[in-house]
Design a protein around this ligand. Structure first.
Ligand SMILES: Nc1ncnc2c1ncn2[C@@H]1O[C@H](COP(=O)(O)OP(=O)(O)OP(=O)(O)O)[C@@H](O)[C@H]1O
Ligand SMILES: [Mg+2]
Length: 420
């Protein structure tokens, strides 16, 4: 594997061009509209306004207004609106739909929609609403910076070591610890395809739907390809597996992850155990890389190779963590020797607990929810806390157990339990 050209790219912090809200007094509008006729009409009104511009494919500045057409499944649109509004302070969403029943309007209001345009659209109403929007933006002196969510890559030292288990438990842990934050789990592993099964989520879409044609990549497409877990976590399964032909083009990784980062606080990636080009792109963008290993000799050998590769590739050592899974307490001495061999201290050891792990997978309920009092779940809880991503809100902190109980009560619909 060539390591040339694999250099870390700094993407967090700073005030780059892309983090500025308006450029030249113009505010950027994203049109997430299915109907060509409605889109054309809205585009015309926006083009006529000196302070507004419709986002095009090459635009990387912050979108201040999203005009969205309601999906066939309104619940998906509403959950996405909440995420989009939260992603950037001051961002607004206008909604349009042929449906005008009071239930839809109420839900739209609750989700944070500022204006609603029933179809057929009255262009005068749109002009007035856009005028008010521009005035609000001009009076707003806050510095709106684009959200740049944390990317956390979980990489297996070898296949079957527990990478997907860590991804789902950590992802749910982050969501439960900070319900006001948004979490998406992305399966970059092109050899796996287990993510949706581990969460018992029926998913009709995947990374494969967006990876092959980047010209279609926008918020609208993203809305359609994500699936929501009952915890609030969104998931994007790979859609690639050993059995299907075609691979994720490496160049598609950066734009996809950047779009996810602009909407989600935490992007947790299941990298599988193969260091291919798409994975390398994700590792470059990550703020933390968690390498999962075990104390089995071939796994340690491969983990050592992986760590060497990461170090030689210029990845900042400070963002690498090593976690040993399936650990037994009598392995203390082996653990110490392995840490010496790998030249890194383990951040966490996850106990071996076959029954809890098996039941969790078979019921599609991550251990942090299905068995919160087990030692294994406590380690995942500690991982979330150690990452410093826990909500600072005292009320949110206090409600941790309540939210867990809510999820536990809601579980158990699993089809996987029946097949086991
Ligand atoms: N701490 C643990 N104790 C016992 N069993 C575990 C533990 N962690 C994971 N397992 C089990 O090990 C198996 C493999 O786990 P998982 O699928 O998460 O690994 P993976 O590295 O993602 O595998 P793959 O390479 O196939 O994607 C699963 O059956 C899981 O339930
Ligand atoms: Mg896996």
């Amino acid at each position: 594997m060539s390591q040339d050209g694999w250099k870390p790219v700094r993407i967090h912090g700073g005030t780059s061009e892309r983090s500025k809200g308006a450029s030249g007094g113009q505010f950027l509008v994203d049109l997430v509209i299915h109907s060509a006729e409605v889109k054309k009409a809205l585009q015309g009104v926006i083009d006529a306004h000196p302070n507004l511009r419709v986002k095009d494919l090459n635009d990387s500045a912050v979108v201040q207004l999203v005009i969205l057409e309601l999906d066939e499944d309104p619940t998906e649109s509403f959950s996405f609106i909440e995420t989009v509004v939260q992603a950037v302070d001051g961002r607004e969403v206008f909604l349009t739909s042929p449906r005008t029943d009071s239930k839809v309007l109420l839900e739209a209001l609750r989700a944070g929609v500022k204006e609603f345009f029933p179809q057929p659209i009255q262009l005068n109403d749109v002009e007035v609403a856009l005028g008010k929007f521009v005035t609000r933006c001009q009076q707003d002196t806050k510095d709106h910076t684009k959200k740049v969510g944390n990317i956390l890559c979980v990489l297996g030292g070898r296949g079957g070591v527990g990478t997907t288990s860590v991804v789902v438990n950590l992802g749910l842990g982050l969501q439960i610890a900070s319900p006001s934050k948004s979490v998406v789990l992305v399966e970059l592993n092109q050899q796996g395809g287990d993510l949706a099964i581990f969460l018992d989520v029926q998913s009709n879409h995947s990374l494969r739907d967006i990876g092959s044609d980047l010209s279609r990549l926008d918020l609208a497409l993203l809305t359609r390809v994500l699936s929501k877990h009952s915890s609030g976590v969104q998931i994007l399964p790979s859609g690639y597996d050993d059995l299907s032909s075609g691979r994720l083009p490496p160049d598609s990784v950066e734009p996809i992850l950047e779009l996810l980062q602009s909407v989600f606080d935490h992007v947790v990636i299941d990298c599988g155990h193969v260091l291919d080009l798409p994975t390398k792109k994700a590792l470059d963008m990550a703020s933390k890389i968690m390498v999962i290993s075990t104390l089995i000799v071939p796994v340690v050998h491969r983990t050592k190779k992986i760590l060497g590769l990461l170090r030689n590739s210029g990845i900042d050592e400070k963002k690498i963590r090593v976690v040993f899974n399936r650990y037994s307490s009598e392995e203390q001495e082996v653990l110490r020797e392995t840490e010496d061999t790998l030249k890194i201290d383990s951040s966490f050891v996850i106990p071996n607990d076959y029954v809890t792990a098996r039941d969790s997978v078979n019921t599609g309920t991550p251990m942090i929810v299905s068995a919160p009092r087990t030692a294994i779940a406590k380690v995942f809880h500690d991982m979330v806390m150690a990452m410093g991503f826990r909500s600072q809100d005292k009320k949110e902190q206090a409600n941790w157990m309540g939210r867990l109980r809510g999820l536990m009560n809601g579980r158990g619909s699993s089809k996987h339990a029946q097949v086991s």
